[in-house]
Design a protein around this ligand. Structure first.
Ligand code: GDP
Ligand code: MG
Length: 720
């Protein structure tokens, strides 16, 4: 990642002469900045095509997407910054964005704005100007602006902004892509002087004095002028930085200045500076923007919102939407999964058929029963996972997800959480690991911790295959989708109760008020959805290819060694019992497993498993599920179809049906849902909470809860 590139560590020298010492390199660093939903990612994709890399910003877990393109012997490396409305330190995104801009000091910053909402979008632009970056402004959503009758004089806007390039674009269609590239190249060649913001004389003088005081202090990587502005705004992170750098004197000077200015202006400086910025924007737009006076304020978005965020209709609509997505996941995914399963079965059978008899049978077993069975069991569910991710991407891209969060705010407040917590929770349905990371959008640490603690109850995509397996085995075709919804619902319900419990005990404290932008509804392009879904599905597949492969081999080893030499049923006894060859095989593989290491571990847990109507076989699979939830099904596959042949998954289902009751099936699902968050989630919670205490508490708490609930359900159910 660029952040560690050796040619980029010239962090100092950040006065007005930034960017001037870097002309030699052929590598141009470009950062894309903009509000959420301004079309940044669309433009990023247009610029870089398929050449992208996704990672995390160093030290923090906000997604970093980078890509490159070449143009006239130069390579342009583009970073898609997280979407932000501002560059204050209010959220992790904002801190990441401004840190990146200051530390990486990109050669050009492309600011993508939504032309239909310039008043709000230019607020970030103004802050970028304050930070002193080399700016290119992209007026995106040109089509929508035209539709609304908005005309923008881009030439005049450019002039008012000190001559920076201003380009029109339609990100979703790739319109304006060449113009943007040209503008970037142009900005690299000739850097425009940024306009000075009209703060007014009093503030300007105060800023000047603070800047002078800062001369002796190392403010790396931030420019001093900007630091002065942030200090006046009481920015926590920057104040802390100055304190660390030994600037106590400056801080007290800042306090004096702030007090003086407040006396003159009668309001806090945060408010005043924001007002000045908006004033500057309003002035500019009065000149450069025309909107029809008859402009219909009640837009289509507003009309839709009247229905979907309606007090009575909103919630049923939301449940319906979720149900449809889960239904699609199940129904549309099933035939594809069956084909894949058949294909993998034939492949395994083919290998067994051509394998030379009596040679390397242990290795054949490793390949067929360990690797193909293990990884195959995960790949089989790829269609369902892709569909689920596409559904979530659709909800996000249309703007409905934000409404759902808005809608959920009342409910969330009842469990002591912020409406925003809802977003990471939704992500949790995909994978708990990014969900834990997504809690960074929450500003309040308590909110973050509570959300993080309950996220494992939002059933991730990796658990889906196991549910589908169990449901297929035990519950009639008419109720499948309902069952699936039910198990997800139980998770959500428990999450609510648990959050409430945490909120009223170890994590009690103030609620934060709800502030969230409702972006206008948009029909997402299929390209965007596919990209979104493939990126997440790829994570799933990559897990199958690496971690799951390794664990499959390990588990195969655990369930193969020590090798059993003597069987209770030998050939002669089998003959006497009239057992067929296949039946003998099956008995023997069961014996082998029981004798093996994982069988022994499983059996040690037998008493506990019996109370849930289960036995050591599921126990060994639960063991695997701690490593990664997908492994549950991998292990079940190995245990129940230890002998070879096609249609493994059908035989797996038959095996489970034979071994357990439907009630025990329910217990399996409950235990998988609630107990033992996977290793990766454990690690993420450790990292995000900053201590071992939380993941350990979470793991033990949920495992106990899962065990108790599964037991109670099984025992009560058996009584009835
Ligand atoms: P980001 O959040 O800033 O990264 O925005 P995205 O690139 O994800 O875009 C948000 C939505 O706006 C997507 O559904 C895009 O297809 C859509 N979009 C992007 N650019 C345009 C545009 O110029 N016009 C219209 N009508 N939609 C756009
Ligand atoms: Mg984006």
């Amino acid at each position: 990642m660029t952040t560690n590139d050796p040619d980029r560590n010239e962090a100092g020298n950040l006065g007005t002469d930034r960017n001037q010492s870097k002309g030699e390199s052929n590598l141009v660093h470009v950062a894309l900045a903009g509000n959420p939903n301004s079309g940044k990612t669309s433009i990023f994709n247009n610029l870089t095509g398929a050449h992208q890399r996704v990672g995390n910003y160093p030290g923090v877990t906000v997604e970093q997407v980078q890509g490159e393109y070449a143009c006239e012997a130069k390579t342009y490396r583009v970073t898609d910054l997280p979407g932000t409305y501002s560059l204050s330190a209010m959220s992790a995104e904002e801190r990441v964005a401004r840190r990146h801009l200051a530390e990486q000091n990109p050669d050009v910053v492309v600011n993508v704005v939504d032309s239909t909402n310039l008043e709000r979008n230019l607020y970030l632009t103004v802050q970028l100007i304050e930070l002193g970056v080399n700016l290119v402004l992209v007026l995106n959503m040109d089509d929508e602006a035209t539709k609304q009758g908005i005309t923008i004089d881009s030439g005049l806007l450019s002039t008012l902004l000190g001559g920076i390039p201003v380009v029109r674009a339609q990100g979703h269609r790739g319109v304006g892509n060449d113009d943007i590239k040209e503008a970037i190249a142009d900005a690299v060649e000739t850097r425009r002087r940024n306009v000075t913001l009209p703060w007014g004389r009093d503030i300007d003088e105060a800023l000047k004095r603070i800047e002078d005081q800062l001369a002796a202090i190392d403010t790396t990587p931030f420019p001093k002028y900007w630091v002065a502005v942030k200090l006046l705004e009481k920015d926590v992170e920057i104040s802390h930085l100055i304190e660390q750098a030994g600037g106590q004197l400056v801080l007290s000077e800042v306090q004096d200045e702030a007090k003086r200015l407040r006396n003159i202006m009668g309001d806090s400086l945060v408010v005043i500076l924001a007002e000045r910025r908006y004033g500057f924007i309003a002035g500019m737009l009065r000149e450069a923007l025309k909107r029809p006076s008859t402009f219909d304020r009640v837009s289509l978005s507003d009309k839709i919102d009247q229905v979907v965020t309606n007090r009575f209709l909103g919630f049923p609509i939301f449940i319906t939407v979720l149900y449809v997505i889960f239904w699609l996941t199940f129904k549309a995914g099933e035939p594809l999964s069956n084909w894949l399963s058949d294909g993998i079965g034939w492949f395994a059978a083919g290998i067994e058929a051509i394998w030379p008899a009596h040679h390397g049978l242990l290795f054949r077993s490793l390949l067929v029963d360990g690797i193909i069975a293990g990884v195959g069991a995960v790949i089989v569910f790829l269609p369902s996972v892709v569909i689920l991710f596409m559904g979530l991407a659709f909800l996000e891209d249309t703007g409905y997800m934000a409404r759902a969060a808005f809608l959920m705010d009342t409910v969330m407040h009842r469990i002591g959480l912020h409406g925003k917590s809802f977003l990471p929770m939704m992500v949790g349905f995909g994978c708990n690991v990014p969900a834990v990371m997504a809690t960074r959008i929450l500003e309040n640490r308590r909110d973050r911790l509570v959300t993080m603690m309950v996220i494992p109850l939002f059933s991730c995509g990796a658990r889906l295959p196991a549910y589908i397996l169990i449901i297929s085995a035990f519950f009639g075709s008419g109720h499948k989708a309902l069952m699936l919804l039910g198990i997800y619902g139980i998770g959500v319900l428990l999450a609510g109760l648990l959050a409430r419990l945490l909120r009223s005990t170890i994590l009690s404290g103030e609620n934060t008020p709800f502030v969230m932008e409702l972006p206008p509804y948009r029909m997402p392009t299929s390209k965007a959805i596919v990209q979104h879904a493939t990126r997440r599905s790829w994570t799933y597949l990559r897990k199958a290819g690496t971690i799951i492969l390794a664990i499959s081999i390990l588990l195969w080893g655990l369930s193969t060694f020590p090798i059993k030499q003597k069987y209770t049923v030998d050939e002669q006894v089998a003959h006497g019992l009239q057992l067929s060859k296949a039946e003998l095989q099956t008995r023997r593989s069961a014996e082998r497993l029981e004798y093996s290491m994982s069988g022994r571990i499983g059996r040690a847990m037998n008493p506990a498993l019996h109370t849930m109507g289960l036995d050591w076989r599921v126990g060994t699979a639960f063991l695997g599920a701690f490593a990664a939830k997908e492994v549950f099904i991998t292990q079940m596959g190995i245990i129940f179809s230890a002998s070879s042949g096609a249609d493994r998954s059908k035989r797996l289902i038959a095996g489970i049906q034979h071994a357990y009751s439907p009630l025990a099936g329910l217990a399996i699902m409950l235990f998988l849902l609630i107990a033992s968050p996977c290793m990766a989630t454990f690690a993420a919670v450790k990292q995000e909470s900053g201590s071992w205490k939380w993941p350990i508490l979470q793991w033990t708490g949920l495992t106990l809860l899962g065990y108790l609930l599964a037991t109670v359900v099984y025992q009560l159910g058996s009584l009835l």
